[in-house]
Design a protein around this ligand. Structure first.
Ligand code: ATP
Ligand code: MG
Length: 201
């Protein structure tokens, strides 16, 4: 079994996340991709991150039509800071022995990998996939080198369509009364409007 992991704040989840996850799933023939909304992420400094319950609901609404996408509330339920290394350990206990995990990262996140909590332990426990557009200048080897010998071959690059959408941009558009249609799935837009999220950030 090969399982992709797409972690994120998903505040809100958008088409960039979905296209990236599906492109990696297809390229690596993953059996499923698990979307894991984070609790309060240690590296995010926004004062008000939308409640985990709303972010989880939007993640479910965004992924429910893809039979190979699943959502896990593991980081939201766990108390204390959410570190990827703890998540992987918990998933390894949950899935059958021999399951391979592929942690999917956008290029920005891949470049920061070495700064993650217990990064050296983490890179021994799962594969990392840097989702990048062909010809982008992310230097996989430079990231791997930061890990010395254990890093070799653990970070793989998969070419994915470049989609210039960020959650920050979507929140900004909502504040300014601009359209977010097709930047997020219709289900997510309907939920945002029903719950009146992001209007007064
Ligand atoms: P924010 O603007 O609030 O930082 P974001 O759009 O970057 O939000 P995150 O939840 O921070 O979304 O990202 C989760 C993961 O998805 C990260 O690995 C990030 O690199 C990746 N990602 C985010 N947006 C895209 C995109 N448009 N294309 C590919 N990967 C993306
Ligand atoms: Mg981000």
């Amino acid at each position: 079994m090969k399982v992709g992991i797409m972690g994120g704040t998903f505040d809100p989840i958008h088409t960039g996340h979905l296209v990236t996850a599906e492109a990696v799933r297809d390229a690596l023939d993953l059996d499923e991709v698990l979307f894991i909304p984070s609790a309060r992420p240690p590296h995010k400094h926004r004062r008000d991150i939308t409640s985990p319950e709303h972010r989880l609901a939007m993640t479910v609404l965004a992924t429910c039509f893809n039979p190979k996408f699943r959502v896990s509330s593991i980081e939201i339920i766990r108390t204390g800071p959410s570190y990827a290394v703890d998540t992987i350990d918990a998933l390894k206990r949950e899935y059958e022995v021999g399951t391979e995990f592929y942690f999917i990262l956008g290029a920005d996140a891949a470049l920061e990998l070495a700064t993650w909590h217990n990064a050296h332990q983490l890179i021994e426990k799962c594969h990392f996939i840097a989702a990048t557009r062909e010809g982008t200048d992310i230097d996989i080897e430079a990231v791997e080198t930061q890990f010395g010998d254990i890093g070799r071959g653990r970070l793989q690059r998969v070419e994915t369509p470049k989609i210039e959408i960020s959650s920050t941009d979507i929140r900004d558009k909502l504040r300014r009364g601009r359209s977010i249609r097709y930047l997020v799935p219709d289900t997510v837009e309907a939920y945002i409007r029903k719950e009146q999220l992001y209007y007064d950030d």
